[in-house]
Design a protein around this ligand. Structure first.
Ligand code: UDX
Ligand code: UDX
Length: 463
């Protein structure tokens, strides 16, 4: 029997775009995306495609084509579970903020809630698919919950981690490097795998679909993110050496990247990586290693996160140092708040830590980001719990225009690599800034010589 109805619990950055693309590519399958958050579902159903809860280039046209045809967003989770033969779980799995594993382990309470809900509601056999990134052996736990509390319904649990990167999600989904599916090698397990392969085979070449056992699949997702983040921490650690010695980190990155064994991607030195996945997944790996008694392994990976924290602080300290060792009462501008360009996502963005650090040192922070709202910025700062809400609001100023954000500023810092920053009217910005006017390019995107000719003092990462 072919799959005709699927649903996804969790209409976030992963669930929303992934299901939209499945619906687009498989018009014969009904796809329901459900979520407990009414506001979010309302936004997914908004007629104005600029109001979708997730900003992703190309997402609007996918939604336009599929929504209402075979793609539906709803809060009726029970109905979606009953009607679907295949259920994806794409709820968030943040780092635990309490109890055993606090600060490291992934919090699986939402995944567990989903499993319990499915067990309680399902009346016929289902294939349950982990889309969320999960620690190794979670599928086993999900399976136990489903089997022990179910109504004699048969469940197959598959792991199918998502590798899309935000900002390029639609393209990544259209042309995935690989689709990874982990499942049991029993006959029912193989059948479930085959059904999921059939869905992806609508647009992904079969040789790119890789089948493994469940645990390899779960672990591979953590390891992929850990390796990517490790490259960034490695080049960022080298950027510190470059700044002390006169070597140029971009030249070093190009030189080593020309070696095909190393490769040129993911070697951009920066203010530090952000995003919902890298730090969380590495900490999760650290925790797993610790609980297995593999302390050297755990220390090894923890160092990737430590270097990232070091890079963020180092950047903020550089600003303070260059402003004659004090930013007290000074206006400092941050261009960009999102964790990377082409997304409105700010989770773990370096901007949050840099702003917090500078505010602690008495600075007034003025921010412009093309896609991030004022409330989001304040909420991000609040989350750190460094000071009261009113004090955060007194020290963080949101701007709708980059030009007002830079007016009377002592220093402008590029935090996110938004393309538009490169071609601003920099002579005008220069005229309105306090002199000496300084720019800290945390992404090495600006045309330095042009800025120097205008009169700016420019600081780049790793130069
Ligand atoms: C994803 C992945 O799924 C996660 O594994 C990864 O590590 C981080 O990225 P993401 O889509 O980015 O999560 O998370 P988010 O945008 O927070 O969306 C999760 C959604 O699940 C939210 O809209 C939330 O309301 C919903 N949810 C959460 C439920 O519907 N039910 C719950 O019980 C919990
Ligand atoms: C990442 C993985 O790439 C993706 O496969 C996985 O599914 C989820 O986690 P994402 O976090 O969305 O995706 O974006 P990514 O492009 O990986 O960037 C992560 C962070 O690293 C960003 O803050 C980015 O600016 C930074 N980065 C990236 C660098 O600082 N230098 C680089 O060379 C590349």
């Amino acid at each position: 029997m072919k799959i005709r109805n699927i649903c996804c619990i969790g209409a976030g950055y992963v669930g929303g775009p992934t299901m939209a693309v499945i619906a687009l590519k498989c018009p014969e399958i009904n796809v329901k995306v459900v979520d407990v958050n009414e506001e979010r579902i309302k936004a997914w159903n908004n007629k104005d495609l600029n109001q979708l809860p997730v900003y992703e280039p190309g997402l609007d046209s996918v939604i336009k084509e599929a929504r209402g045809r075979n793609l539906f967003f709803s809060t009726d989770i029970d109905k979606a579970i009953i009607e679907s033969e295949m259920i994806f779980i794409a709820v968030n799995t943040p780092t635990k903020t309490y109890g055993e594993g606090k600060g490291k382990a992934a919090d699986l309470k939402f995944v567990e809630l989903c499993a319990r809900k499915i067990a309680q509601i399902a009346k016929n056999d289902k294939i349950v698919i982990e889309k969320s990134t999960l620690p190794v052996r979670t599928a086993e736990a999900v399976k136990t919950i489903l089997e022990k509390t179910g109504n004699n319904v048969k469940f197959e649990v598959l792991s199918n981690p998502e590798f899309l990167a935000e900002g390029t999600a639609i393209n990544d989904l259209f042309k995935s490097d690989r689709v990874l599916i982990g499942g049991d090698q029993t006959s029912s397990g193989k059948e479930a795998i085959e059904k999921l392969v059939e869905i992806y085979a609508n647009w992904i070449p079969k040789e790119k679909i890789y089948i493994t056992n469940v645990w390899s699949s779960e672990l591979s997702k953590l390891v992929a993110n850990a390796f990517l983040a490790q490259r960034i921490s490695s080049i960022n650690s080298i950027s510190a050496i470059c700044e002390e010695t006169g070597a140029d980190v971009q030249e070093v990155a190009t030189a080593i990247g020309m070696d095909t064994r190393i490769g040129s991607k993911f070697l951009n030195a920066s203010v530090g990586f952000g995003g919902s996945c890298f730090q969380k997944d590495i900490l999760n790996l650290v925790y797993i290693s610790e609980t297995l008694g593999l302390n050297e392994v755990s220390e090894y990976w923890n160092q990737v996160v430590k270097i990232n924290d070091y890079q963020k602080t180092r950047f903020a300290m550089k600003i303070i140092k260059s402003l004659f060792n004090t930013v007290a009462g000074k206006k400092i501008t941050l261009l960009g708040w999102a964790f990377k360009k082409d997304t409105n996502d700010t989770r773990e963005s370096a901007a949050i830590h840099i702003a917090d650090y500078l505010i602690e040192n008495g600075a007034e922070i003025h921010v412009y980001d093309p896609k991030v709202s004022n409330e989001r910025m304040i909420a991000d700062l609040e989350h750190l719990n460094t000071r009261s809400s009113s004090e955060n609001r007194k020290n963080l100023f949101y701007h709708k225009s980059p030009y007002t954000a830079c007016d009377q500023s002592h220093a402008v810092s590029i935090i996110t690599e938004w393309n538009e920053f490169v071609d601003y009217d920099w002579p005008t910005i220069y005229r309105k800034m306090i002199k000496p006017a300084k720019i800290f390019d945390g992404r090495n995107i600006l045309k330095v010589q042009k800025l120097v000719n205008i009169g700016f003092e420019v600081f780049s990462v790793g130069k």
